[in-house]
Each structure stands twice: as C-alpha cells, then as structure tokens.
Write a protein that binds this ligand. Structure first.
Ligand SMILES: [Zn+2]
Length: 87
C-alpha cells in the first residue's frame, strides 16, 4: 500500500495530472539561457558561427535530462513549500 499523503506534513503526492506542463515554460527559459551562454562562450573561443551553432546543439542535447529535472524542481518549488511538521 502506497501512501497518498506525506505522514509528516500531509502533502498530497499525486498532484493534478497536468501540473508539470508548466515546467515546460521554465525549461524553455533555461534552454534559451543555456543556448545564449554557449553561443557567447564558443564564439569568443573562435569557433565561428557554424561552430557555435553546433556547440549549442551538442550542449543542449547533452543537458536535456538535467534541464528537464531542474525545471521541474524550480516549478514545484514555486507552488509547494517545505513545512517542518504538521502541528
Ligand atoms: Zn512531508
């Protein structure tokens, strides 16, 4: 039997089904920021325009799993806050 609520704070584990759709927007912002940083760094390293685009592609593909999880963490922390104990 799986608990539906946290024993300590009463948090409901199964949030509404489309809750994490909002994390897509956080993910988008992170991806754009990552692409800009990669472009600036690779362009300053002298990779040129095509090399910089390739560098962006490689970095974004490599970091996609990380960006997905970080954006979910950021998103849930906007709505769910840590509570020490149920009184
Ligand atoms: Zn809890």
């Amino acid at each position: 039997m799986v608990d539906e609520h946290c024993e300590s704070c009463g948090f409901k584990y199964m949030i509404e089904p489309s809750f994490f759709y909002g994390a897509m927007y956080v993910s988008y912002a992170l991806t754009v920021a990552m692409a800009v940083v990669t472009f600036v760094v690779s362009y300053l390293l002298g990779l040129g325009l095509v090399g910089s685009i390739l560098a962006i592609f490689v970095v974004l593909v490599a970091l996609t799993p990380l960006i997905m999880r970080i954006s979910r963490l950021l998103y849930i922390n906007m709505f769910v806050h840590f509570k020490e104990k149920k009184a």
